[in-house]
Design a protein around this ligand. Structure first.
Ligand SMILES: NC(=O)c1ccc[n+]([C@@H]2O[C@H](COP(=O)([O-])OP(=O)(O)OC[C@H]3O[C@@H](n4cnc5c(N)ncnc54)[C@H](O)[C@@H]3O)[C@@H](O)[C@H]2O)c1
Ligand SMILES: O=C(O)C[C@H](O)C(=O)O
Length: 415
């Protein structure tokens, strides 16, 4: 039987013939060969055997790999279907309902587009306020013309109303709710300055999710992530729900670390995956360059500046946009990367991404680290791994800063 290898892009196993045919024309032959060499060898997994059997039962040939690699992110796959039953309540591919709250905003529109393009999304709900720059129904009508199977619906709410009174149809049945609803920074502001206004916005949405889609994974993009995630996760806990359904989206830090590392090392960032741990603001952002096979070759004297570049990247975009918002397009890209991984996990294909969640891997109750997504959302919060001397020192700074930001969130949940 021909050898199959797992493509980290979608976690499925392919023969060299399938793999090279898919990437031919997208990448040079040498790059495809190098990528194949990096892919884990594996006999056909239970999940892919199952998918094939299902396809045959439908009289279909196995579908070609669904999404182009160029311009799209890659979650790391971990032993697709192995050690984890694919039977039971696992949802099948292409059947997910996703909502983007704040879906007509700067991040919301491109994020909605990327999610509408995701072959696993059957229904996409774009929710926003009537004062949004475009009516959500307009965004939905526009996205509804993409030649994809996803059905896109718009939901609008008047300012001052409550999501819990308005979002029953929108949220019921959702598997994933992405939340870029809230105010962005202007030059001179910290993310913390957004706390009160954005926590109130997030609370309204989270309360509605608790009622209408308590099993959904909630990806909170809204800042300050370091405080809003603890606040919302504690609210979930109080309602008897799983606080690990609340996931702080820190994928953009990973995307930036990969990109900047690729620039320095003259390598394709698609082959780099630097874990970024801690939190999502200033010094709490800690890229672990020592843990990636390309990044660990960066000369030691270049690390402090590169680390700072990743920490400051959000502020650099805020300043470059001169008062007209913060990162939107790169954030949408990063959010869609996380979204794809969450949906893959729900389908029974484990994926690993960094995210900021309730955690016991340090002495802080919330922390960003590698997280494994599985059939119910977060299935494992993975340990930080080995740190070098520089990273060990930085970790102390991270914890000192993050502690206070977590407390802000916990206090909000108490009040
Ligand atoms: N986690 C990250 O890495 C990251 C990266 C970039 C931006 N952000 C944050 O994402 C948030 C959104 O940024 P943006 O640039 O898209 O802002 P934006 O102002 O362009 O869009 C926000 C949208 O949220 C909507 N909104 C406000 N209140 C709402 C409510 N109660 N219900 C539904 N929708 C509501 C607004 O109408 C608007 O359309 C900001 O808080 C920003 O700081 C996070
Ligand atoms: O910097 C911001 O305010 C937005 C976001 O957190 C980012 O990192 O780009």
């Amino acid at each position: 039987m021909a050898e199959r290898r797992i493509d980290p892009e979608d976690g499925a196993a392919y023969t060299w013939e399938e793999f090279s045919a898919y990437y031919a024309g997208k990448y040079k032959k040498k790059a495809v060969e190098a990528y194949w060499e990096e892919c884990e060898k594996r006999g056909r997994t239970r999940a892919s055997a199952k998918a094939k059997a299902k396809d045959e039962a439908w009289g279909k040939k196995a579908e070609p790999k669904a999404a182009p690699k160029a311009g799209e992110g890659q979650g790391q796959s971990e032993g697709q279907g192995q050690g984890q039953g694919c039977e039971g309540e696992v949802k099948s591919a292409g059947n997910f309902k996703v909502c983007v709250c704040g879906g007509a905003g700067g991040i919301g529109q491109p994020l909605s587009m990327l999610m509408a393009l995701d072959p696993n999304v059957k229904e996409l709900c774009v929710f926003d306020l009537s004062v949004a720059m475009v009516p959500p129904a307009g965004v939905a009508a526009d996205l509804g013309h993409l030649e994809r199977k996803s059905e896109v619906k718009g939901y609008v709410m008047e300012v001052g109303q409550k999501p819990i009174d308005n979002l029953k149809e929108c949220l019921t049945g959702c598997d994933l709710v992405l939340v870029p609803a809230g105010m962005p920074r202007k030059p001179g502001m910290t993310r913390d300055d957004l706390f009160k206004v954005n926590a109130d916005i997030a609370k309204g949405i989270v309360e509605a999710c608790a009622k209408f889609c308590p099993d959904a994974v909630l990806g909170l993009v809204v800042n300050p992530v370091n405080s809003i995630v603890p606040a919302m996760a504690e609210l979930y806990k109080k309602k008897g729900l799983d606080p690990l359904k609340i996931v702080g989206v820190t994928t953009l830090d990973v995307v930036r670390a990969n990109k900047f590392c690729g620039e320095i090392m003259n390598k394709n960032p698609n082959y780099i995956n630097v874990p970024v741990v801690g939190g999502h603001a200033g010094t709490t952002i800690l890229p672990l360059f020592s843990q990636d096979k390309v990044a660990k070759l960066i000369p030691e004297d270049k690390i402090p500046d590169l680390d700072k570049h990743v920490q400051d990247a959000g502020t650099d975009v805020v300043n470059a946009k001169s008062g007209k918002g913060s990162a939107t397009l790169s954030m949408a890209y990063a959010g869609a990367r996380l979204g794809r991984s969450v949906l893959a996990g729900l389908m029974g294909k484990k994926r690993t991404e960094c995210a900021y969640v309730k955690s016991d891997i340090t002495d802080l109750p919330y922390f960003a680290s590698k997280v494994q997504f599985g059939e119910k959302g977060v299935s494992k919060v993975l340990p930080i791994g080995e740190l070098n001397e520089y990273e060990t020192k930085r970790m102390e700074e991270v914890k000192a800063q993050l502690k206070g930001e977590i407390e802000t969130g916990l206090k909000y949940a108490e009040d």
